[in-house]
Design a protein around this ligand. Structure first.
Ligand code: ZN
Length: 102
């Protein structure tokens, strides 16, 4: 039985459906938010493709989605946030060595 997967344009989650015939794969709505704006995607598992193949075929919009999400994330989730809080070596030298004591 074929598995059809659809990615929701609204919530970007994937809905999986089983259809007895391809002709039945109509009027599909997102099973997460109910939005009708779903887009058929190929199931990497069903086609026996490798994960690398699937990654290569990733929708460019997915990368944008990740970029947007990272941009909206709080600054503490940014690895550079911690870097910025660290004292530069030049400052540490002036103040002596605050981290190691003999
Ligand atoms: Zn949805």
């Amino acid at each position: 039985m074929p598995i059809y997967e659809y990615r929701c344009q609204s919530c970007h989650l994937v809905s999986s459906f089983f259809f007895k015939a391809a002709s039945a794969a109509t009027d599909v709505t997102c099973e997460h938010c109910g939005d009708a704006g779903v887009e058929r995607i190929m199931s990497a598992f069903a086609q026996g493709r490798t994960e690398a193949d699937a990654l290569r075929d990733l929708d460019p919009r997915y990368y944008k989605m990740v970029d947007d999400a990272l941009g909206k994330a709080p600054s503490t989730s940014d690895p550079a946030h911690y870097l910025r809080q660290m004292a530069p070596f030049s400052a540490a030298e002036k103040a002596g060595d605050p981290y190691f004591h003999e």
